[in-house]
Design a protein around this ligand. Structure first.
Ligand code: AMP
Ligand code: ZN
Length: 112
């Protein structure tokens, strides 16, 4: 989608600090980090949020979690939180599926 910020980032039209890339997904550091380590992992295909995941596009979500497990090991992150906000009330501001990976500080529960 040409008007989607994260589609434009995966297309290289908007610069980002890349963590990892493969055919299916792209990982990059969040521009406004909420923890000492904070990156996002997104599918290259446009999916608006978790609420648009279905049997057809679900394999990329499994792939993204495998990538998160691999990257966090490589980065030496033993404890971290994976978050996906769905909808405005939950704090979603970019409507392209993304998983936040946050690490490096104490986390509170429940999240605010
Ligand atoms: P959410 O609010 O859950 O939809 O998450 C969107 C995230 O994208 C926020 O944490 C923003 O800081 C981050 N963000 C917005 N624009 C950029 C950008 N150009 N590069 C990296 N991260 C961004
Ligand atoms: Zn998009």
């Amino acid at each position: 989608m040409s008007d989607c910020l994260f589609c434009r980032i995966t297309a290289g039209e908007i610069p980002s600090k890349k963590v990892y890339e493969d055919d299916l997904c792209y990982a990059f550091y969040d521009i406004d980090p909420q923890a000492p380590t904070h990156f996002l992992v997104i599918p290259k295909d446009h999916i608006p949020s978790v609420s648009a995941v279905n049997e057809e596009n679900a394999p990329v979500v499994g792939h993204i979690f495998a990538v998160i497990a691999k990257l966090t090991k490589e980065l030496g992150l033993e404890s971290y939180r994976v978050v996906s906000n769905i909808g405005q009330q939950a704090g979603q501001s970019v409507f392209h599926l993304h998983f936040h990976v946050l690490s490096g500080r104490d986390m509170t529960w429940p999240p605010g």
